[in-house]
Design a protein around this ligand. Structure first.
Ligand code: GLC
Length: 581
């Protein structure tokens, strides 16, 4: 294993947008902080933690949905885009949150969920009311498959499965037609072919920007253009329904729609805004197009390749061991692919993913803190805009749930029902298979202190608090310079102050090594070397002579890391070398 001499062939860093040196923090409001004792986090809870976030150093808060919603999918089923759900607070609270962020020099990015609405949204209520309602065409209504008995299995217009189990269609007996829902049946898909739908969405986005929000995280935005023929999809092993993704991921009009959105919503605005498109299944080649500033679509996308490496065929209910070489190949390919044009977003976790330290690190008592810090350093020193998911900065771990009744997520509950009733799996097998990657891992309340319910609520929490809150919590970390929280502060600060981090070229090193993640970031005159040990076994790296006099920048073991060729278990070491010129 030899760390080769880095090549610092970068030219002057181009004047890119502000978000190159920014870090985003995601709040999942239901699980963040509860101010009123109803057991559900809320806006006033977030307001009470603004100083905590400010101290962490993050620049942007991405707020998962707080809009009025039946909460079938925890707010990703919106009933009214312009009001706040009473469980979270009021529009006045949201304004106070926005102002509180702005006062502290931070920005607010809202979640934009416009691939579907709730079935209780007035648009859908109208659409469902009759076949000739003017809003009928705002959603995807189709006749039953010819020659079938409507409302019985197999009569759906095509064979697509929903992401939350079952068919992607629900039958409406009153009109004798089905509507499409790629997620739950309470999340009917909007028909973006209809220009009135698009105009209504843009008007709503403008309304929010006019109120002072600073951008949007766009939920499954690469699903909005569908092949209007809605053909049957291929069947996969172990699945009951066809895979419709070839007909709606990055569909025929996706770039046209996003360019139109940009023109109608963002083009005439001058402020520093941020747009990030959540895009399951997006390829690097497509991402270049989506994020090329000259094309004016979105600033960055969330890709999903690196969070599919620890499962068979992208099936999260079939987990497998992650190979570090594959992780490096994937993230390295995204770094290279977006080096010249476009921009990366960087994340280990969010409200849909398992906890970073449990998934990519080692959450045992011995290595949890070390590996959480190592992961922070590796991710944040890539080229791109890093995202911190609430609690990640504390090294929060996956939850060990017991029975299916401990779970809250519709995705888990539906899967468990389908697998035990239709696929013949035992309860124990299903629970074991869904434990590592289910979404409720990330949704247990943020652990603020060691008091009852981790200081999250004075009431009964909507989902169990992780028992390890007695020692993993914010109160124990804020003033401890050696804590995971304070390590996150350091890496966030590095992005703000070091141009090699915000603008430097990225070069992956040692791609074949199964334990060490190594890369350089270079700007003219300065190169950072980043080394991370993804294992609990010491590793040896051969540093070239050029690194003999390198200056230590960051490390996760106490004391100054030396540029030695040893990496201790889960060690992270970062060095800087000044080059001539
Ligand atoms: C996105 C969200 C996820 C939600 C789904 C449907 O993937 O992140 O939480 O369930 O879209 O809205």
């Amino acid at each position: 294993m030899t760390v080769e001499q880095p090549t610092a062939e970068s030219t002057e860093a181009p004047a890119r947008d502000w978000f190159q040196s920014a870090v985003v923090y995601q709040v999942y409001p239901r699980s963040f902080a509860d101010s009123d004792g109803d057991g559900i986090g809320d806006l006033r809870g977030i307001i009470s933690k603004l100083d905590y976030l400010h101290r962490l150093g993050v620049d942007v808060l991405w707020l998962s949905p707080i809009y009025t919603s039946p909460q079938d999918d925890n707010g990703y089923d919106i009933g009214d885009y312009r009001s706040v759900d009473p469980i979270f607070g009021t529009l006045a609270d949201l304004q106070e949150l926005t102002d509180g962020l702005h006062t502290r020099g931070m920005k607010l990015v809202m979640d934009l969920v416009v691939s579907h609405t709730s079935d209780e949204h007035p648009w859908f209520v109208e659409s469902r009311s009759s076949k000739d309602n003017p809003k009928r065409d705002w959603y995807w209504w189709r006749k039953p498959r010819a020659g079938t008995v409507p409302g019985t299995p197999g009569a759906e217009p095509n064979n697509w499965g929903s992401a939350f189990s079952g068919p992607a269609w629900d039958y409406d007996p009153a009109s004798g037609e089905y509507y499409l829902h790629l997620f739950s049946k309470k999340q009917p898909d909007l028909n973006w072919e209809n220009p009135d739908v698009r105009a209504a969405v843009y008007e709503m986005m403008n309304w929010w920007l006019d109120r002072g929000v600073d951008g949007f995280r766009m939920d499954v935005i690469n699903f909005i253009s569908k092949d209007t023929a809605l053909p049957d999809g291929p069947m996969a092993d172990g699945r009951l329904y066809g895979d419709g993704t070839p007909y709606y991921i990055g569909g025929p009009r996706i770039h046209e729609f996003l360019q139109e959105m940009h023109r109608e919503v963002f083009a005439d605005r001058t402020g520093p805004l941020l747009t990030v498109g959540e895009m399951p299944g997006v390829t690097v080649e497509e991402a270049v197009l989506f994020t090329d500033p000259a094309r004016a679509e979105v600033d960055m996308v969330f890709q999903f390749e690196h969070v599919a490496l620890d499962q068979e065929n992208g099936n999260k209910w079939r987990p497998k061991k992650l190979k570090l070489t594959e992780l490096k190949e994937t993230l390295g390919r995204w770094q290279d692919g977006l080096a010249a044009t476009g921009w990366n977003s960087l994340y280990w976790g969010n409200h849909d993913q398992a906890r970073a330290v449990s998934r990519f690190g080692d959450d045992s008592p011995q290595y949890r803190e070390l590996s959480a810090k190592m992961l922070a350093g590796i991710l944040h020193l890539h080229r791109g805009t890093p995202y911190v998911y609430q609690g990640e900065e504390l090294g929060m771990t996956n939850m060990s749930f017991g029975a299916i009744s401990d779970y809250r997520d519709i995705e888990v509950l539906n899967h468990h029902r389908e697998a035990t009733t239709h696929l013949g799996h035992t309860d124990a097998d299903v629970l074991a298979a869904l434990a590592p990657l289910n979404r409720d891992n990330a949704r247990t309340p943020v652990q603020w202190d060691a008091t009852r319910h981790a200081g999250f609520t004075t009431g009964a929490p909507w989902i169990a608090v992780n028992p390890n809150a007695n020692h993993i919590n914010a109160a124990a970390q804020i003033d401890d310079p050696g804590s995971v929280y304070n390590f996150y502060r350091q890496v966030i600060e590095l992005r703000h102050t070091d141009a090699a981090v915000s603008h430097g070229d990225f070069t992956m090193l040692m791609p074949e090594d199964e334990h060490v993640y190594a890369f350089t970031r270079s700007i003219p005159g300065s190169t950072l070397l980043v080394l991370g040990n993804f294992s609990g076994i010491g590793q040896h790296v051969t540093l070239g002579e050029a690194w003999d006099t390198a200056e230590p920048v960051l490390g996760n073991y106490p004391g100054n890391a030396s540029a030695s060729d040893q990496l201790r278990p889960w060690e992270l070491k970062v060095f800087r070398r000044h080059s001539d010129g």
